[in-house]
Design a protein around this ligand. Structure first.
Ligand code: OSB
Ligand code: MG
Length: 369
């Protein structure tokens, strides 16, 4: 049992240390919404992964703030819950907006784990003390720059390199990287930039021994992915188009892919992420933990989720110091030799740097029943 007495909301804008170009745009900073839920002197914290503009999926920071203030938080503030699933149930009548609901659900998991004094991963059923990680590398100006940035991360020990691709920038960088590194685990992510009309181009990628091709087709599609999968040897990995365990079941039953990228917030929180993990396992499909350029709060949640057994491929949860000069938490989250240690304290095991937040937050407010 835990009680939710008050909530605190922040929005922070963090400059990214690198320019991150994907098929849908260029990012140089990150807008980070944070939610803390407090009860009986204990606090649970979560990060929103919706963005300023709906470029990846349909949720936005402004939309999430409205829903949290006016709709979701009033349903949980002042109440006592048996477990985080019960918090989820309190928001169960609402459709979509899974990233916004996930902020409440994930903060509740952290709060509950801290109440029980156990690490979040342990509470979720995970056993690992470190998790394998790779990196997601944005589109570079040319092939030489691509090979150079890959080399830097291979030397740092990352266990998988993922290259962002788009029409007109796909076979060339993949060929250049594969020629320079014959035996690395290599993948690509198109963020929905192709259609079935591009089958020829995508089929050319079969020559490079990619572990998977991530989300080549529309963000809300499963059927065309299944058709494409029949035409390709390389397994497809679904990201954008899996928003729930039911989506995962339908995708895998249709043959729309063989691998699932699980982003906790995209599917509505840890409970649903665990159900996606279980569905994929039942189909014999490996999963891995995706990233949304999270600050330390979201990153710590991702690391804990990745301790579940079917997270069989390296995730995008790379070192926080790659992204930020100063993080919103006190603890460093640094990979060594491609392994990210799981923070060992109760809950996520990380704590907010409130001094830093006080200096840089664009929004900070307290909500009560
Ligand atoms: O498709 O996985 C994606 C970042 C923003 C939006 C979508 C994606 C990504 C990433 C970044 O690939 C992964 C990371 O957090 O490093
Ligand atoms: Mg992706």
């Amino acid at each position: 049992m835990f009680r939710i007495e008050a909530a605190e909301l922040w929005v922070v804008r963090l400059p990214l240390k690198f320019r991150f170009e994907t098929s849908f745009g260029v990012q140089t900073e990150k807008l980070v919404p944070l939610l803390a839920l407090r009860g009986e002197g204990i606090e649970g914290v979560a990060e929103g992964t919706m963005e300023f503009a709906p470029m990846y999926r349909e949720e936005t920071v402004a939309g999430a703030l409205h829903l949290l203030r006016e709709v979701f938080l009033p349903r949980v503030l002042g109440r006592t819950f048996a477990n985080p699933e019960a918090v989820n149930d309190a928001l169960g009548a609402f459709r979509g907006n899974r990233m916004a609901r996930a902020m409440v659900e994930m903060a509740a998991w952290d709060l509950w784990a801290r109440t029980l004094n156990v690490p979040l991963g342990t509470l979720l059923g995970g056993r690992k003390t470190s998790v394998e990680v790779g990196v997601s590398l944005g589109i570079q100006p040319d092939e030489a720059a691509t090979v150079a940035v890959v080399r830097r991360h291979v030397e740092q020990g990352y266990r998988r390199i993922k290259l962002k691709i788009k029409p007109g920038w796909d076979v060339q960088p993949v060929r250049a990287v594969r020629e320079a590194f014959s035996d690395i685990r290599l993948t690509v992510d198109a963020n929905s930039a192709y259609t079935l009309a591009d089958t020829g181009r995508l089929r050319a990628l079969d020559a490079f021994d990619l572990t998977y091709i991530e989300q080549p087709l529309a963000w809300d599609d499963l059927v065309d992915h299944a058709e494409l999968q029949r035409r390709l040897r390389t397994p497809l990995c679904l990201d954008e188009s899996v928003a729930s365990a039911q989506d995962a079941r339908k995708a895998l039953a249709l043959g729309a892919g063989g691998v699932v990228n699980i982003k906790v917030a995209r599917v509505g929180g840890h409970a649903e992420a665990r159900r996606v993990h279980d569905v994929a396992q039942a189909f014999g499909a490996p999963v891995w933990c995706g990233g949304m350029l999270e600050s330390g709060v979201g990153r710590a949640h991702n690391i804990h989720l990745s301790t579940l057994p079917n997270f069989a491929l390296p995730g995008d949860t790379s070192s926080a110091s790659r992204y930020w000069e100063t993080d919103v938490i006190h603890e460093p989250l640094e990979a060594q030799g491609g392994l990210m240690p799981v923070p060992s304290g109760p809950g996520t095991g990380v704590t907010l740097n409130r001094d830093f937040l006080a200096r840089v937050a664009e929004l900070h407010e307290e909500r009560r029943p």
